[in-house]
Ligand binder design. Sequence first.
Ligand code: KG4
Ligand code: ZN
Length: 424
Amino acid sequence: MCINRRTLCLLYGACPASLLTGLFLLLNHGITEHIMRILSIETSCDETAVSIVEVAGEFPTATYTLLGNALFSQVDIHKEYGGVFPQVAKREHAKTLVPMLEKALREAELYEVGETAIDNETMLRETLSREAGLADDLLAFLARTTLPECDMIAVTSGPGLEPALWVGVSFAKALAQVLGCPVVPVNHMEGHILASLYDVEVDDALAPISFPALALLVSGGHTELVLMKNWGQYEKVGQTRDDAVGEAFDKVARLMGLPYPGGPEIGKRAALAREAKLPPYGEKVLPRPMVHSDDFDFSYAGLKTAVRNLIGDKTLTEDEKSALARDFEDAAIESLYTKTVKAVDHFGINTLIIGGGVSANNFLRQTFTEKLLATHPHIEVYLPHRHLSTDNSVMIALAGHAQLATARTAGAIAYIRADGNRSL
Ligand code: KG4
Ligand code: ZN
């Protein structure tokens, strides 16, 4: 059943404390057993994304139907600067959120011309006061649109770029004030974990995993190994001591003069080099930092410096770029692989979940399936569908539902904050 918006407003009103009460009523009344509609928002870095997901059944066996999914990548804007500038990302999110909401609603066939009543315009403007132009855009949109019912808004609250995160968080709060529904502040990294388990092509469900599970999270800001003894129970057992692996891909690409974001470029070049069997670029093999250390940590700054030293002030030929991309990729993935297998053995892991932007890398996928399964045939390995590897809002809806089901949400919406350093 989809809870009626009017009923929710009557039940909880629109004040933050009563919305919190609403969340607990949702839990206590077992609404997760029925159909619920989640509106999810992601703005942690340079993707502005809004999804509408309908959930039937209970976590973790629910079916998640993706009704609408709108994503705008700011990559062409950031390309000019060779990286993401938080203030530029913030401005672009503020400009793009309302168009993405409209796009997701239209795709879901939930867009309806009309008007949405607003009880307290002053409060809505106050909520969006730091996001240039967003209050005006949203009010103009609501003046021509009847928003559909929604049971919950899931929004990324961290980790990520804090100015960028705030835009999504404020937008979620403003929409919650209008719709009278609760907001669940989602951990972006939990989103990546759930994205890897979501089978969007076959049954719209999460893979049934057996614990203990291990998640290898590899993105532009994170490289970590997370032990999961149960749903919602996360223990970080290893992490990078300096750069994240995605950051290393991006920086190395930049050193080679490849466009931002460098990860996919390195991947393509490395594949060319393997196919053409190009010889190694340097005489010495690149380092595999920390592969022999007595822990589950990683390090990528030294590898990046080694590449920088190899290039020096030379201008690389196309073949040299490809050979070096392959050599770097070999080293980067080997360190991920070695430490992950070590953790798999140490913790007696049955399920390995790999998530985050770098999980789109073909060589990583190949290594963690073919090579790992040759030595550990009993292990289930889950990787996200390609379009869910990098940042998206579908994963935020999934993680929001997981969080709701395992009752880890606390705090009235007035107290929900963006937290750039939020940890699992
Ligand atoms: O998860 P994500 O989309 O954003 C963050 O949360 O950081 O990850 C982005 C990172 C970037 O560093 C990007 O270069 C890397 O993922 N990436 C890749 C590939 N696609 C994206 N790295 C290697 N190979 C790829 N195919
Ligand atoms: Zn991410």
